[in-house]
Ligand binder design. Sequence first.
Ligand SMILES: Cc1cc2nc3c(=O)[nH]c(=O)nc-3n(C[C@H](O)[C@H](O)[C@H](O)COP(=O)(O)O)c2cc1C
Length: 156
Amino acid sequence: MKVLIAYLSYSGNTEETAQMIAERCREAKMEVEMHQIGVDPPINPEEYALICLGTFTWDRGSTPEEMKEFVLEIGYKPGHIAVFGSGDTQFGGDELFCRAVDKLWTFYGSKWPMLKIEQSPRGSQERKVIEWTEGVLYDVRNTTGNSKNVGTTPSE
Ligand SMILES: Cc1cc2nc3c(=O)[nH]c(=O)nc-3n(C[C@H](O)[C@H](O)[C@H](O)COP(=O)(O)O)c2cc1C
């Protein structure tokens, strides 16, 4: 089974999270492809059993332009997108924390919980990344349909 991990990262936090997700996917014997948004050539979503889409948040809760362009490039709403990202509560507290993740998750109507990481995933948040990845992979493998109850809830 092929997994695409597509992410946008300027200072490395979302990339680190993407790499942690990739590591767990490989341990689970999935074939992983990494995609740097804004750098790598367009993708064909249908090639993958799962797409993990990662973004940071910018400018008072905004989605970065490169991510918007990637969404336009895909051109439709694939049903197999899981959304993750990093942010920082110092920029607007809980209300604006990882707002781009909220927006993408809602836009794609993702059937998996979203994953929000405060800056770097290293340390105490590592467990959160692993559990999120395992929850999504378990569901993809067992194709149970609606899995909103797996792992963390969207409001976490
Ligand atoms: C100018 C600026 C604005 C930001 N605005 C937000 C924001 O509204 N919400 C948020 O959660 N994080 C915000 N952040 C924090 C980044 O999203 C956070 O540092 C993120 O981990 C960066 O990801 P990257 O290392 O993958 O580039 C902002 C950072 C900068 C520099």
